[in-house]
Design a protein around this ligand. Structure first.
Ligand code: MN
Length: 718
């Protein structure tokens, strides 16, 4: 204490008004070495200067708040970085001081903690459905990389709750509700009982002031009348334990109001049933003494059958250990007794925080993540008896999440796998939204669709009625839902294109036979469909379009004409506009372009593949004439096609660049260049170009041919 006083006296005048600092220093002095306390004092000076002039709603100087937060954590004996971060936790958000200043003065670890707390502050709880609160808790836990961040945040919330009365009523209700929905359950999940109990009681008090007051009064009354009995029993216990040589600390247990309220609400119990129960806690040195003490109290008062629980041998799933028993006390009043060791008591109060308690022989190499893992594996060991792993799983998932949580523009929380992009988000909202996505905004700024999302971001998808999914999305989406939906869309698209093409092919073949689909009529069509085992005409058209069923044969079948008729091939030809989509493709052996004489090959499952008439592959024509169809180009085909040309050039420096420039000047893109051969003074280059039609290609070839270093230009044909 002397040391604290000395430090205080050394502080400059302005900050000497201690604002709780002296109490904090006393607490720190009980467990931290002097050099670390000195750093914390520096953090105080920095924080006090930064917050200078700011006040709390209570009228007190702002710095009282961070000091109170640090005090909470100091009482749990947290390490110096956590205490410094607690003192500085509002500095970045609320003052001119920057994170880099903190890093410079207090090191990376402390600044990372302050940063973590500031980031948590930025996400706002917006709506209150039960499931939403659960997601929000998970999102908070998913956002933290260091458990100490949540410890600072919980202590921060605790002090804000303690000083909540200064706020306007509307705000009080919102914050109290948020505390009960979000913060108390997080404290509970992390096993920090002391935070949980106080957060719940304060939340209860501010959300339901009337109910709180009624309960509080009733409890006070019963406590008054109980005082004598409690005192007597405490003395009896103490004497009996002492007689058997067991060192023990015995306390009468305070009931916590919110748990009484919940018991009454959930189990529909009367106030007197819940309140008139006497609670005692016996804290001993070791595990053996726990069982000895149990024997002793069972000797004093008869235990209630079925109420004994051995959480020492089989701990609760959040690591809680204790013996529980209920006795028939004087006048038959129930006495609830908990017996545990000092260590168990500390774990019961601080949970995960006990792993960050400062120890003098602490090895500093443990990363925050590793410590959290240690805590978890510690829990796992306690669970070896095979009791429920549910808690463990849920904590593990939250602390090492494979999920991220983002907001919709309406403030709903959407969980997504880590690495998910805006497109995954769009499909998670609705398949139709995904299919019509054209752009996305993250936190109100436009981003590329492939942008991976991060925790707490607000994502908005911009759709357009005519938009379609891009097959390219398949290269970056993470979720099965998006992947399946995109694939399904492509498949449907292909299917509708095949139906369209099949119908045209069949109608054309029917016309060759002086008939048409219309002339066939429903009756004949249905009979034919039944005969081949198909459900409807679209299935038939699709099969024809995909080349699985040949149009001329199908036409004859529909007309009931025998197959052995003269094999006069079709005369009417199929016109190609280049807009048929995936069921019409252009052969890569001969690269046909509009203006070329072409034939179509019905490739099973792939639709029609267009070849140039001169293509070597046309020799198949004679073998399978029924698979080839006559094709002509639509008059105005408005798209680009690939075409391949070979250019022989002199081996002059820069000649390739010159050729490329000439081609570019003609308005063509070069897709690919390949050096086919290189001799002493000439090279043979192959270009894959994008052209509109034969005229366009001819113009390119003419211009290239005119170049001084070009010897020969020719269009490839196989
Ligand atoms: Mn704060």
């Amino acid at each position: 204490m002397d040391y604290a006083a000395t430090l205080l006296s050394k502080l400059p005048g302005a900050s000497r008004r201690s604002h709780g600092l002296s109490h904090l220093l006393e607490t720190l002095e009980s467990y931290l070495p002097k050099d670390q306390i000195e750093t914390i004092v520096q953090a105080y000076e920095f924080g006090a200067a930064a917050h200078d002039g700011q006040t709390r709603m209570t009228g007190e100087p702002y710095i009282t708040h961070p000091i109170a937060v640090a005090q909470e954590l100091a009482e749990m004996h947290l390490d110096a970085q956590a205490i410094a971060a607690a003192i500085l936790h509002d500095v970045v958000e609320d003052t001119d001081a920057s994170l880099s200043q903190i890093e410079e003065k207090f090191g990376e670890e402390t600044s990372a903690l302050v940063d973590g707390v500031s980031k948590l502050d930025q996400i706002q709880f917006r709506s209150r459905a039960e499931a939403q609160a659960e997601s929000f808790r998970k999102m908070m836990l998913a956002m933290i990389e260091d458990i100490r961040v949540i410890l600072v945040k919980l202590a921060d919330r605790l002090h804000n709750m303690q000083t909540l009365s200064a706020m306007p009523p509307e705000k009080i209700r919102r914050i109290a509700r948020e505390t009960l929905d979000i913060y108390a359950p997080i404290a509970n999940r992390l096993g920090i009982n002391r935070f949980k109990v106080e957060l719940e009681d304060l939340g209860f008090r501010h959300l339901y002031p009337m109910r709180y007051r009624v309960l509080e009064k009733a409890l006070k009354r019963s406590k008054g009348s109980q005082r004598q009995i409690v005192k007597r029993i405490l003395e009896e216990f103490a004497a009996a334990l002492k007689d058997d040589g067991i060192e023990a600390e015995i306390v009468g247990r305070e009931k916590h109001l919110y748990s009484i309220y919940k018991k009454m609400a959930e189990k529909k119990r009367l106030l007197s049933d819940v309140v008139d129960v006497y609670g005692f806690r016996i804290i001993v040195d070791d595990v053996n003494s726990c069982y000895q003490a149990l024997g002793i109290v069972h000797g004093l008062y008869k235990p209630m059958p079925g109420r004994f629980k051995d959480y020492v041998a089989i701990p609760r799933i959040n690591g809680y250990q204790s013996l529980h028993t209920t006795l028939f006390g004087p006048k038959g009043l129930p006495l609830e007794v908990q017996i545990r060791t000092r260590t168990m008591d500390r774990v019961a109060e601080s949970g995960v925080a006990s792993h960050w308690q400062y120890k003098a022989d602490d090895k500093v190499d443990a990363t925050p993540q590793r410590r959290a893992r240690e805590w978890l594996s510690g829990l796992a060991e306690l669970q070896e008896a095979g009791s429920s792993e549910e808690f463990l799983e849920s904590v593990k998932v939250d602390l090492f999440p494979d999920k991220i949580y983002v907001f919709t523009p309406k403030g709903e929380i959407m969980p997504l796998p880590k690495g998910s992009t805006t497109v995954d988000f769009a499909y998670a909202v609705h398949t139709d939204i995904g299919n019509r996505t054209v752009a996305a905004k993250v936190d109100r700024g436009l981003v590329p669709l492939r942008t991976p999302l991060a925790n707490g971001e607000t994502v908005e998808v911009i759709t357009s009625r005519g938009a379609k999914p891009n097959p390219n999305w398949l290269t970056f989406v993470r979720t099965a839902k998006a992947r399946t939906a995109i694939r399904q869309y492509m498949k449907n698209l292909r299917s509708s294109e095949s139906i369209d093409l099949g119908k045209r092919l069949l109608d054309r073949s029917l016309k060759d036979l002086d008939s048409s689909l219309r002339k066939i009529g429903k009756v004949r069509m249905n009979a034919a469909l039944e005969e081949v085992g198909l459900n409807d005409t679209s299935e038939l058209f699709e099969q024809v379009g995909l080349g699985e069923r040949l149009a001329p044969l199908t036409a004859r079948f529909l007309l009931g004409v025998s197959d052995s008729n003269d094999d006069e091939t079709a005369h009417a030809s199929l016109t190609i506009a280049g807009t048929e989509g995936m069921v019409v493709s252009y052969a890569k052996c001969c690269y046909p372009i509009p203006g070329d004489d072409v034939m179509g090959y019905l490739s099973s499952g792939r639709g029609v593949v267009i070849h140039r008439n001169g293509c070597g592959n046309l020799s198949n024509f004679r073998k399978q004439p029924e698979k080839w169809i006559a094709v002509t180009w639509e008059k105005d085909v408005d798209r680009e096609f690939f075409s391949q040309i070979t250019i022989d050039t002199l081996n002059k420096p820069g000649v390739l660049a010159e050729v490329a420039a000439t081609i570019g000047d003609c308005g063509s893109n070069i897709e690919q260049v390949e050096v086919l051969g290189r001799h002493e003074d000439c090279s043979m280059l192959s270009f894959l170009l994008q052209v509109r039609d034969r005229k366009h290609l001819a113009e390119i070839m003419r211009n290239v041919r005119k170049m001084p270093n070009v010897i020969r230009v020719s269009r490839d044909s196989t």
